[in-house]
Design a protein around this ligand. Structure first.
Ligand SMILES: *Cc1c(COP(=O)(O)O)cnc(C)c1O
Length: 363
């Protein structure tokens, strides 16, 4: 078998080795079932147990209040960009407020415009998406049903340290930070995340929605786009992504049993991120971070070197020593180290040491 490298991919991203091993062990035959998770009915008792424990793990990790439903849907985060306004403001005389702080919230706002009235209440584009707005820089609209934000902008590496304080329910994309720290779910109408950054493989999106909001789904919606109908069917109007849900169950088992919950996970993540930011800050300008210091992401660390040629050389030499997928998003260039929950501290230390050495040689 070839050796695993340290994988800094932004998504699909690194998974805990123990989770992959467990999935490998059980792939031919789920204990007591006689067949693979890939081969059994979604209407069977064994699968029911899996989806129920995935849900109860999520409820436990995030302390999800009783009056919220947890859904497992397909179509990725992008489908939610449209489904949220379609269900929440569709057919109503209401609008939605959007805080645009990076590529993903910008895309979410433009998709929402296909479904209803959207107010961009703050836009960080002119500043190059380096920060979130400060209190007082945005106000909600009287007719807005919700205020939308991306908790962590994966591409720009810009993250809220504290949730925005608004007089409307929040709706948030937590794709690249879910389970990285505790969060107060009661502030949200909808909190959602595609799995392939921090929660499992691609193919499933976790949606946590306040129960009374299910009544907002217009009856005219096709079933597969209606939160109300999907929730009534426990996410199983049709065949769900069984394997992806099974992997989410294993990842959340790992968070609960191996890590010990989200307070612990958050402390580990903070410490890992601080190692890289210190290397950037102490490089005398050789490395430049993208985000303003106050809003630096603990999950995605975009940075650049003095020239694009050095960016490229850094990436090539890093690969040779076992540090892979450090290229920045094609829209911003430079480099980006995604250091999600499953990135071991040793991987971050190895990258940090490589950064120090590369700067010494080429600075
Ligand atoms: C990756 C990502 C998306 C896109 O997710 P898909 O599942 O590919 O649609 C959206 N938002 C954020 C914050 C992301 O990190």
């Amino acid at each position: 078998m070839e050796e695993r490298l340290y994988n800094f991919s932004a998504g699909p991203a690194v998974m805990p080795v123990s989770v992959l091993k467990k999935a490998q062990e059980e792939l031919l035959c789920l204990p007591g079932v006689g067949a693979s998770i890939l081969e059994i009915s979604h209407r069977s008792k064994p699968f029911d147990d899996i989806i129920n424990s995935a849900e109860s793990n999520i409820r436990q990790l995030l302390s999800v209040p009783e009056n919220y439903k947890v859904l497992f849907l397909q179509g990725g985060a992008l489908t939610q960009f449209a489904m949220i306004p379609m269900n929440i403001i569709g057919g109503r005389n209401e609008s939605a407020d959007y805080i645009v702080s990076g590529t993903w919230s910008k895309k979410a706002a433009s998709e929402a415009k296909t479904q209803g009235k959207v107010n961009i209440i703050w836009d960080g584009k002119e500043g190059g998406f380096r920060r979130k707005p400060k209190a007082g820089e945005y106000t909600t609209s009287a007719d807005a049903a919700y205020c939308y934000t991306a908790l962590n902008e994966t591409i720009e590496g810009v993250q809220w340290k504290e949730l925005p304080n608004v007089d409307k329910p929040l709706v948030a994309d937590a794709s690249s930070e879910i389970f990285s720290r505790p969060i107060d779910v009661s502030k949200f109408g909808v909190l959602y995340a595609c799995a392939q950054k921090n929660a499992g493989p691609a193919g499933v999106t976790v949606i946590i929605i306040r129960e009374d909001w299910l009544e907002r789904s217009p009856d005219t919606l096709p079933s597969m786009f209606s939160y109300k109908k999907l929730a009534a069917a426990n996410s199983m109007l049709n065949t769900p992504p069984c394997f992806s849900i099974y992997m989410v169950k294993l990842v959340t088992d790992w968070l609960l049993n191996d890590i010990g919950g989200l307070e612990k996970m958050a402390a580990i993540n903070e410490e890992k991120a601080a190692l890289l930011y210190a290397a950037i800050d102490e490089s005398n300008g050789f490395y430049t971070g993208h985000a303003d210091k106050e809003y630096r992401s603990v999950m995605n660390v975009p940075f650049r070197l003095p020239t694009p040629e050095l960016d490229k050389q850094f990436q090539d030499e890093a690969k040779e020593v076992g540090l892979m997928t450090l290229g920045g998003h094609r829209s911003v260039g430079g480099l980006r180290a995604s250091i999600y929950n499953a990135m071991p501290r040793e991987g971050v230390v190895k990258l940090r040491d490589f950064m120090l050495e590369f700067a010494k040689k080429n600075g």
